[in-house]
Design a protein around this ligand. Structure first.
Ligand SMILES: N=c1c2ncn([C@@H]3O[C@H](COP(=O)(O)OP(=O)(O)OP(=O)(O)O)[C@@H](O)[C@H]3O)c2ncn1[C@@H]1O[C@H](COP(=O)(O)O)[C@@H](O)[C@H]1O
Length: 112
């Protein structure tokens, strides 16, 4: 894999490979085999841990929040891999939203 690929792209590429090959001895395989219920339970757990860590103050707590964010992002990407969704698709959705305030978007939904 080219060194220039961003870490998130490299991780997603690994997870897509895990989803296709399901090698034994892989934590990702274990999660994927559990399907959206098992992966979703971990996402909820990791989201709670991130929220708790982010609410704490101090340098060590800041590092803790970064660590928990890593866990949450990893498990979220595993769910995308399970569903066969690429990071490019998510990036395209975010690009589509670029420049539109959430408040304006919400207001437009109410009038439609
Ligand atoms: N980025 C990650 C990553 N982040 C977190 N984790 C694992 O996610 C789990 C987090 O769950 P917890 O903190 O709740 O720990 P736990 O209590 O042991 O978890 P449970 O057994 O309760 O589910 C830990 O086992 C972490 O090691 C990850 N596991 C793998 N990766 C990446 O995925 C790649 C492929 O991993 P495998 O498929 O396991 O080879 C690795 O090379 C890494 O790049």
């Amino acid at each position: 894999m080219p060194e220039s690929l961003a870490p998130l792209d490299r991780l997603m590429s690994t997870l897509a490979k895990r989803a296709a090959e399901r090698p034994a001895g892989s934590y990702t395989t274990k999660l994927l085999d559990g399907g959206p219920e098992a992966i979703g339970a971990k996402i909820r757990e990791e989201a709670e841990e991130l929220i708790e860590a982010a609410g704490e103050s101090g340098d060590a707590d800041r590092e803790h929040a970064v660590y928990e964010a890593g866990d949450l992002i990893y498990h979220t990407l595993v769910l995308l891999a399970w569903r066969g969704i690429s990071l490019d698709e998510v990036a395209a959705e975010l690009a589509r939203r670029e420049g539109t305030s959430g408040l304006a978007e919400k207001a437009s939904r109410k009038t439609n």
